[in-house]
Ligand binder design. Sequence first.
Ligand code: IPD
Ligand code: CA
Ligand code: CA
Ligand code: CA
Length: 270
Amino acid sequence: MTDTPLSELLGLALEAGRRAGALLRDGRPDDLTVAKTKTSAVDVVTEMDIAAEKLITGFLSEHRPQDGFLGEEGAASPGTSGIRWVVDPLDGTVNYLYGLPTWAVSIAAERDGETVVGVVEVPLRGETFHAVLGGGAWLGERRLAVRPSPALDEALVATGFGYLRDRRAHQAEIVRQLLPRVRDIRRGGSAAIDLCDVAAGRADAYYERGLNPWDLAAGDLVAREAGALTGGRPGEPASGELALAASPGLFGVLQEFLEDSGAWHDGQRA
Ligand code: IPD
Ligand code: CA
Ligand code: CA
Ligand code: CA
């Protein structure tokens, strides 16, 4: 158990997020193209994803050389301090590629495996979300709280679609069943922002299949600290199979709906 003050980790995460956000905002080439694809042809990476991760890991390891890393673009080291940084340098790459504004830098610190700090920097909204375990969720100076729980048919539900093409039909099947039952559905294109939007009362719930730890780590803490319940399938923590965040009175209803949708019986995970 490390005794690093969480305020130190928060300060570093905020500064790393600010710097990476500025790099991505100011350094985006007009002729930005796809540098490579990963798990499928729709899972794209640009040179800016890689540059932003390099900036973040370089900055953090300069200040805290003993810490570990898990980053989407390849950072992976256990470290020796008990602190590990979980980094999505650019969450919402497809939006970024097309010049759409909904993308973020997501940085979380785990202490002995538990997320204790989360920062989500959203440069083109001029917004920085942060949370420290037990210290509430904040948008700048404003403390966040989820909306009062609506009935399912009055809920605005955000979602996203994982990149594996052969699983997208199952994700579409869930949407087909859910859309007639809710106020509306949003697909913003950044999991970290979706989770912060639940925290800020801009959506009542968010769910997605196929996420990775770096998509979730910071935003999940922000959502929880704003009073959301988060998790996965009944009795399970959030995972690649299902990540769900909702105001407390809606969480169980939506979890049950997703469970009953039948779209789980696809014989494969995520
Ligand atoms: C993606 C975004 C998107 C979600 C995908 C993620 P990336 O992250 O969060 O909203 O639907 O599942 O992989 O690749 O842009 O960092
Ligand atoms: Ca990606
Ligand atoms: Ca992501
Ligand atoms: Ca990313």
